[in-house]
Design a protein around this ligand. Structure first.
Ligand code: ADP
Ligand code: MG
Length: 702
């Protein structure tokens, strides 16, 4: 077969060579012609319009002006020298400034020529100026101004820039590449798809994404390339899912035995919600199917996921298997252990807790009983997946708060048996639809969309610091009524010391405001010894203290129904999903609960928006969606390890509709041609094989 020219190493492109090639590879993972061709501009500047000096604003936008340059002169002494010049059109004057390339600049401009300058104005001494504007001879570009004046801007790095590969350098290389190869660009999508969805053909898309002829075609080119990128991702993920469903065997749990029945009839203190019932049914169907279950259980804080986990674990036990529940932190694992133990009451079921701080002797005991099968349920942290932990017959694993566990860690659990255990992943951070289809696309999804009855909506307000007295008065009143209060301070590793001081000062102020013996205040933060933390937590849980001052260690975990007020200090510094989790700590008892978001007066636009979202809704899905919009998928928990972020052009936050559309298309095609063997799908199949060879495979994420 003739070698595909686009597979040629980038080093052989004219103007590159071994040195630049190495830089391109190291810095941007560009190896081949194809990689460079798929390195797209992230935005465009429009040089098709000429503005007037009087139009200039400080809105941080680019301006192109036409006029004369005069009065060029050096300013300052030898070491501080720079050059200024006066630019003038028929509406006014503006100063131009250069700090580099001085002698060259000085001899450049002729006073009776017209120039076109381009740049972003800055403000100095209350006047606009241009620092290092681009300057071009008007005569030379005259005909070009309206046409072909959209310039793609490429991301670059410091190292690349110093080798001449800034945005303009990229533009040059890509033009060179296209001149050399554009005749050989082939279509990669099946014709019927291109036609049916009115997509730009691949060649036009690539030419126009780099060198657009007008604004309109940029959109078409982007759409076509995003479409293709997303479609291929869906194909990979869905094929992976089909593969798992067909090939990976699972234990068959046929019986609903005495343990589940016994629990349901004698130990369940309340009626299940309809959502809980539905989800248990979905899980049971998986457990009977003979295939491994890989299910994601989404449900807001307090929706009763733990109970669902317990009941499904009982099914495993009824069928003669062991079950395990893994949580991301010691506090949470301990809490689960206690909750499960309490719910099981006097049932004949053994359950143990294994964490990093389990003493050696206990550890050996647990290990023994796991291997001989006398231990039925093991809860714990990462300690569970250590090599030394061996089960007799692990049949079912529940993972709480999936985003804190990496892919590798989960895969290790599978390796513990010939037939992998069923896996239920629980998350209280709702996952926006677009991410559910992509990042989590190979999991089945169940949703608990109903809270247990009797829950009152938490009232949420945002107060500025000036309302402090009022907030204190409110806290005092609630404590007098017998309630308890959380006060949470941010603690971010980058500013840890400052934050900790802030928390301790906050604590001291509070103790002055709420002095003993009338009031009792607990404090817990990550830097405390585990024992001390435990002690303080316990006092609060038992109602011995009124106020719990803490960092986000309480984010996951403690369940104190009597606590009805949550005050979040510097709330603008928390992420949306964190705020939502924190708020979920209250509203668990019968009383009306409150969440008070305190902030300083200076809020960023995004910070303000976050607080507005919190005040306006308590719907976890709406909050997750807003979070995705505000931050983009890059910062969302769980997305970092999935590889999905290496998207070249599509964006999971802003291209939601296209994500859904291409998902549907891929699913439909696979439904009719599972292995993509029909001739009309040949191109897709080839592309997927190509991607696999390149080692990118989004399908393997859980
Ligand atoms: P999640 O883990 O989803 O945040 P939990 O399982 O901790 O929620 O449940 C929160 C609280 O609601 C617990 O105290 C639990 O006992 C209670 N609960 C769960 N299901 C129900 C139900 N169907 N009716 C009443 N209370 C319930
Ligand atoms: Mg929970």
């Amino acid at each position: 077969m003739v070698k595909d020219i686009f597979e040629t190493h980038i080093m052989y492109l004219k103007g590159v060579g071994p040195k630049k090639a190495k830089l391109l590879t190291d810095e941007l993972n560009i190896h081949t012609f194809n990689d460079l061709l798929n390195y797209f501009p992230f935005r465009y500047i429009d040089k098709s319009k000429i503005f007037k000096v009087k139009d200039i604003t400080s809105d941080n936008v680019w301006f192109q002006l036409k006029g004369t340059i005069s009065n060029v002169k050096s300013v300052g002494d030898k070491r501080t020298r720079y050059i200024t010049a006066t630019f003038q059109d028929d509406t006014g004057k503006i100063e131009l400034i250069w700090f580099r390339g001085l002698s060259w600049i000085k001899s450049q401009f002729s006073p009776d020529k017209e120039y076109v300058i381009f740049g972003k104005p800055s403000v100095f001494k209350n006047r606009f100026n241009f620092v290092h504007p681009e300057v071009e001879d008007y005569e030379k570009i005259e005909g070009n101004i309206v046409q072909n004046r959209l310039e793609g801007i490429y991301n670059s790095t410091e190292k690349l820039k110093s080798s001449g590969l800034g945005s303009k350098g990229f533009s040059r290389l890509i033009r060179q590449l296209l001149n050399q190869t554009s005749e050989q660009i082939r279509e990669t999508l099946p014709e019927y798809i291109v036609n049916h969805y009115h997509l730009l053909d691949r060649k036009s898309a690539l030419l126009n994404i780099h060198f657009p002829s007008d604004q309109n075609i940029i959109e078409k080119a982007r759409y076509r390339l995003k479409f293709e990128e997303l479609l291929l991702i869906h194909f990979q993920i869905l094929q992976q899912k089909i593969y798992l469903k067909q090939k990976v065997k699972g234990h068959v749990f046929e019986k609903v035995g005495s343990l589940l029945n016994d629990f349901y009839e004698k130990h369940l203190p309340f009626e299940l919600t309809n959502a809980q019932k539905r989800v248990i049914k979905e899980i049971r169907a998986d457990l009977k199917s003979g295939k491994q279950m890989n299910r994601l259980l989404q449900g807001d804080v307090g929706s009763g996921k733990t109970l669902v986990a317990l009941m499904t674990m009982l099914i495993a036990l009824d069928n003669g298997y062991q079950a395990s529940l893994m949580a991301p932190t010691e506090i949470l694992a301990t809490q689960h252990y206690k909750t499960l133990k309490q719910m099981l009451g006097d049932m004949d079921i053994t359950i143990e807790l294994l964490t990093g701080s389990t003493p050696k002797k206990k550890r050996t005991e647990i290990q023994q009983s796991l291997e001989d099968g006398s231990l039925h349920i093991l809860t714990g942290t990462h300690a569970l997946i250590e090599e030394t932990v061996q089960f007799k017959n692990l049949g079912f694993v529940v993972i709480d708060e999936q985003h804190r566990f990496g892919v590798e860690q989960r895969a290790r659990l599978w390796k513990k048996n010939k037939i992998p255990p069923h896996v239920l992943v629980m998350t209280a951070t709702p996952i926006p639809r677009t991410l559910a289809m992509t990042v989590y696309g190979n999991l089945d999804v169940s949703v608990i969309d109903e809270l247990p009855p009797g829950r009152k909506q938490v009232k949420t307000v945002h107060y500025w610091e000036s309302k402090r007295l009022r907030v204190n008065g409110f806290i005092r009143q609630k404590i007098k009524e017998g309630r308890q209060v959380y006060i949470v301070f941010p603690l971010i590793s980058e500013s840890e010391k400052l934050d900790l001081r802030n928390l301790m000062e906050g604590y001291e102020t509070l103790v002055r405001e709420f002095p003993p013996p009338e009031f009792q205040v607990s404090v817990v933060h990550g830097k405390m010894k585990s024992n001390d933390k435990e002690f303080e937590m316990k006092r609060f849980v038992e109602g011995k203290t009124d106020i719990m001052v803490s960092t986000t260690v309480i984010e996951v975990g403690v369940d104190v129904p009597n606590a009805s007020v949550m005050v979040i200090e510097n709330a603008e510094r928390f992420g949306l999903s964190q705020l939502h989790q924190l708020r979920g700590r209250v509203g668990r008892g019968a009383d009306q609960s409150y969440c008070i978001l305190m902030s300083g007066n200076k809020l960023s636009k995004e910070g303000r928006k976050r607080l507005e979202v919190m005040v306006s809704t308590s719907d976890g899905f709406k909050i997750a969606e807003a979070d995705l919009q505000l931050r983009g998928p890059g910062d969302l928990q769980g997305t970092q390890q999935s590889g999905i972020l290496n998207l070249k052009i599509a964006n999971l936050a802003s291209d939601g509709e296209l994500v859904a559309k291409t998902h549907k298309i891929a699913a439909y095609i696979l439904e009719h041609d599972e292995l993509l063997e029909k001739p009309e799908n040949k191109l897709v199949k080839q592309q997927l094989e190509q991607i696999k060879k390149g080692g990118q495979n989004w399908g393997r994420i859980s």
